[in-house]
Write a protein that binds this ligand. Sequence first.
Ligand SMILES: Cc1ncc(COP(=O)(O)O)c(C=O)c1O
Length: 424
Amino acid sequence: MPMSKAFEERLFPRLPKIVEYFGTPFHIFDEQGIIDTGENLKQSLKDIKGFQEFFATKALPTSAILQIMKKMGFGLDCASPSELILARKNGFRGEDIMFSSNNTTEDIFELALADGGCILNIDDITMIETVKNFPELICFRYNPGERRTGNALIGIPVEAKYGLRHDQIIPAYRTAIKRGAKRFGLHSMIISNERNYRYMVETVRMLLELIEEVSKELNIKFEFFNISGGIGIPYHPEDAPFDMPAFVKDTKYLLQQFTQKNGYTPRLFMECGRYVTGPHGVLVATVTNRMSKYREYVGVDMATMSANPRPAIYEKAYHHITILDPAGKPRRGGDEIVDVVGPLCENSDKFAIQRVLPKTSVGDIMVQHDTGAHSPAMGGNYNGWLRPQQLLLRSNGTVELIRRAETFDDLFATLNFKPKILKG
Ligand SMILES: Cc1ncc(COP(=O)(O)O)c(C=O)c1O
């Protein structure tokens, strides 16, 4: 179910004009779609006491998008210094921010705790000592080790670099208490792009069980548990969506059981990125070449690694493609099997491999679906290709530049510096 019908209807008729005005390539995001999904998430979880979403900044780190999250009352999940800086630039402060770093140094913890602070989610037991001014509110990231966790995208927990082992969890909270912690949370992320709701329910069950174990041993209560992100979206037309009502039903049941046994209910936190913005962005490019080699090629005016490296990085990453004629009408018929490629000097620079597409001509518009999360954000400059501009289709119909395209000056800025030489 790539790209919603509503987004298509909002975008396609206007696309030729947008292409003419802004030029290609660009990502364009659908404000109304993002709001609808975000509000729907809140509505679905409204009966779960204290539910809070912390949008995963890494999914789409652009101010205009973070402002939409702010308006919906979402916090932000940050994982790096630059994400923290961007969050604060956009007015997120203190407990609006969940900071989940890993392999972290003292100066980064200091940055995280400065300027209003954040909720610190510590990823390793040794890092309790790395945090110099230990906060009252603390969270640890748990790694359950041997456990089936859905698809293979995130790897097997036992091989993952994230989180504390089971036997480290109680000692970690004990040390945190000694260092002054008084408020507690627990975090785990063991699925990624997973559409089977049962795995998310299992994360809920796992964390609630662990909370009980830690509470009994240390006589503490937990304010929240954070099941993180990882909800998948249907990239493929045949993919079934994540069953949110079923997830909510089972989660409610588990929480009721917990409350009955323990006399209180910890808040449920989530850090959905892909689920909130993924389906509400598309990458728009112009077909610049048709090439016939041992295969048939459709060449577009951008590189995968600068615009959407997911297909080049993840072997199975599929992004649906629609071809429009220059007047903005979807092309139909004359099906052929093609590879859709960019101009980067890498054979993995392919947006689609052996894809059936309608007959495509130079000058057509290629729309690559579901680039609203982890697509532009993962883009890089390999081979000196520049990251494209980002546009926002506002709910009121205006189209706004929300991130300009990179320039050669941006690319070469780091070659301008004061000489620094160590002699001898
Ligand atoms: C700690 C953490 N939270 C949230 C997310 C967001 O994941 P998704 O966009 O798949 O929901 C990620 C993704 O890598 C993550 O590492």
